[in-house]
Design a binder for this molecule. Structure first.
Ligand code: CP
Ligand code: NVA
Length: 313
């Protein structure tokens, strides 16, 4: 059995480096089994409920397919079609769904809603993205970096653009696993100070570094990985035009890639807006691993589901 059984997955900060490593190890194993066509029905008879308050391609499909490959079942629950959308308290939704399903994945706006769900649910809650964090994405990203570069600790990841949910989870995940991380963003879009403080605490224990700067060239210096995300996240559509002007100097293009380590990985959680945060040339270029990241959502989350839902291997 494993130590993660019954735990919630709300933030990478709640997990030790050893626990994250065990998630990555099982993910790699499950990936191999799937590639070989070897069945691995570790969650046979189990059901995952998936509540979505925001759109999704990767998260929805990877969780749904993942549960199916593990011999279980996933239920897509659009929050607008749930009584939750008409004002049923999260507390009641959590208690009721816990009587039907074995775990709940939720994608929503306020991070506090996920915390509330976790407080009142008797089954594991998985954060499938909030305005604050996107831990499932970063689990898949760590798997991708480890596959491509053979290690995590000792590398440097540079993120340029908006200090958003993805940047926050990268700060927590990289600092936990001993990667140096540099974030370049306009000052008014820097990541939240409490997240940066947590990342710095982790980094101090791991002998790694956390840098927040306004200068993208400074950030990508000596970076083994360059990462970006959309300039306007879901829910920020009204600010799109203004943000587009602010973030222009933070675009990942050939010049910025050229300032990093030769052959550095280019990453993006997708969906991407070509010509805004990343040029089409770089997104589709030979250093880009964006499709591996997307694929690894499947393998990383299967590992997470198996470990949280507690089936012995
Ligand atoms: N990267 C990611 O979470 O994609 P979706 O919004 O398509 O789920
Ligand atoms: N920061 C983006 C990530 C999408 C996967 C958003 O929240 O919309």
């Amino acid at each position: 059995m494993n130590s993660l059984q019954g735990r919630h997955f709300l933030s990478l900060h709640d997990f030790t480096a050893i626990e994250i490593e065990s998630l990555l190890n099982l993910a790699a194993e499950l990936k191999q089994q799937q590639k070989k066509g070897k069945p691995h029905p570790l969650l046979s008879g189990k059901t995952l409920g998936m509540i979505f308050q925001k759109p999704s391609t990767r998260t929805r499909v990877s969780f749904e397919v993942g549960m199916w490959q593990l011999g279980g079942h996933a239920l897509f629950l659009n929050s607008q079609d749930l009584q939750m959308g008409r004002g049923e308290p999260i507390k009641d939704t959590a208690a009721v769904l816990s009587r039907y399903v074995d775990a709940i994945m939720i994608r929503t706006f306020e991070h506090s809603e996920v915390v509330e769900l976790a407080t009142h649910a008797s089954v594991p809650i998985i954060n499938g993205l909030t305005d604050l964090l996107h831990p499932c994405q970063i689990l898949a990203d760590l798997l991708t970096i480890r596959e491509k570069l053979g290690k995590l600790a000792g590398l440097k990841l540079a993120y340029t653009g908006d200090g958003n949910n993805v940047a926050h989870s990268l700060l927590l995940g990289c600092s936990k696993m001993g990667l140096d991380i540099a974030i370049a963003a306009p000052r008014q879009h820097w990541p939240f100070p409490d997240i940066v403080a947590k990342a710095r605490e982790n980094a101090a224990k791991n002998n790694s570094a956390v840098q927040i700067t306004v200068d993208p060239l400074e950030a990508v210096k000596k970076a083994n990985v360059i990462y970006t995300d959309v300039w306007a996240s879901m829910g920020q559509e009204a600010e799109k035009k203004e943000r587009k002007n602010t973030f222009v100097p933070y675009q990942i293009n050939n010049d910025l890639v050229g300032a990093a380590v030769t052959g550095a990985l280019v990453m993006h959680c997708l969906p991407a807006y070509r010509g805004d945060e990343i040029t089409a040339e770089v997104l589709e270029g030979k250093q880009s691993v964006v499709l591996d990241q997307a694929e690894n959502r499947l393998h990383a989350q299967k590992s997470l589901l198996v470990q949280l839902m507690g089936q012995a291997k």
